[in-house]
Design a protein around this ligand. Structure first.
Ligand code: SF4
Length: 203
């Protein structure tokens, strides 16, 4: 199990929200925010627990989050991810998986949905192939394929969202427009969220 950190707030757009962070990533983004701080920099207090799935679940049972985000680095690298989702699903909460999308093929997408994931957010750093390679050291081909795969299984109980970052010189407005056109051709109802650029992104 690759979970290394859990954070919680009662004030996330009117909901109780917990985030489980997973260690390890297969990308090497220039501006990875995890390189700045691996944990929740806004935490007001810290609690240390014996770090195993049963204890994490019992903490979650006590906190009763409306929504649980699976994120951190890249959760889909964890071979235990499906098992973890199946256990969390029993808490009756809304589960959101945040991923770079590189590991999601059609079969795995169906497994994730069956295990109980309600929403997948794919973060794509650049639509342009060369710029993506430069920024992440990895091709974006699998990420774009994952978007197509996930769009085929989207329904009222399983939603797909795309996120990208405005990065001057890497992912400019024209690149983002290209991504928006790509997504709208696949399925016009998929939402695209554009994150702001921070200086820590290193460009
Ligand atoms: S995909 Fe996310 S976690 Fe992985 S290196 Fe890039 S920004 Fe960091």
């Amino acid at each position: 199990m690759d979970i290394y950190h859990m954070s919680y707030t009662q004030k996330f757009v009117g909901e109780r929200m917990a985030m489980l962070s997973f260690k390890g990533c297969n990308f090497d983004c220039i501006g990875c925010l995890r390189k700045r701080d691996e944990c929740d920099i806004y935490a007001e207090e810290r609690k240390y627990i014996d770090w195993e799935i049963a204890n994490i679940l019992s903490e979650l049972e006590e906190l009763k989050p409306h929504r649980i985000y699976l994120g951190g680095y890249e959760p889909t690298l964890d071979p235990d991810l499906i098992m973890i989702i199946e256990r969390i699903t029993k808490l009756g909460t809304h589960i959101v998986l945040m991923t770079n999308g590189s590991k999601i093929n059609t079969e795995y997408a169906k497994e994730l949905k069956k295990a109980g994931v309600n929403k997948i957010i794919i973060g794509i750093k650049a639509f342009d192939a060369e710029k993506h390679l430069h920024y992440t050291k990895r091709s974006n081909e699998q990420v774009l394929t994952a978007i197509k795969n996930l769009a085929t299984i989207e329904d009222a109980y399983f939603r797909l969202q795309i996120e990208t970052v405005l990065i001057p010189g890497i992912n400019d407005p024209a690149d983002i427009e290209g991504l928006a056109m790509f997504i709208s051709r696949i399925y016009p109802s998929i939402s695209l969220f554009i994150e702001p650029c921070f200086r820590e992104r290193g460009v």
